[in-house]
Design a protein around this ligand. Sequence first.
Ligand code: GLN
Length: 200
Amino acid sequence: MQVNPEYDNLTIGVVAMQGSFAKHAYSMGRLGIKSRVIREAADLKLCDALILPGGESTAMTLLFENEGLWDPLNKALETMPVFGTCAGAILLGRQIDDERVRCFNKINYKAERNAYGRQIESFTSSLVIPSILDHDFHAIFIRAPKFHEIGSDVMTLGVFGKDPVLLRQGRVLVSSFHPELTEDSGIHKYFVDEIVLKSR
Ligand code: GLN
């Protein structure tokens, strides 16, 4: 695979307090892109963009607050491109009806946690995302959220049935599914090529 020379100077920070962070690093690695884990505020200065992984949005809220990372992350997210998946997408939203979760309000929707049911109701689906990919994307949904009251400033890039599942508002990209759990780095590549590199 030919690696884009522009990738040489990029470092993607993967927030690694909880959840599925290691696989995002693999997804970037497959593209020839460096990543580093983010566990404290100082780490944020060393990267060009962030990934907020899936996991458990309640646990992440607690950990960010207890470890003093919530405020620095919130500040970094004012300027840095970010890709939030599943729990990460919940945290990036405007609002949620769960007082245990604190939202960063960086993309304009209200998220509903566990909207397709419990762990056992997890499922996969082949998504057609023509604006990004020339092939179907095997999407894995694990206790995925739904997004409601979506602002007109938000672009829907992918749907499952009628539900928007891949959305973008400026430098914020989110998916309700887990693209890092497949061998396909196509959505990560879109994030880097169309959002991270173009917002430098
Ligand atoms: N249901 C989880 C939450 O509310 C998200 C699940 C996931 O990230 N796979 O945080």
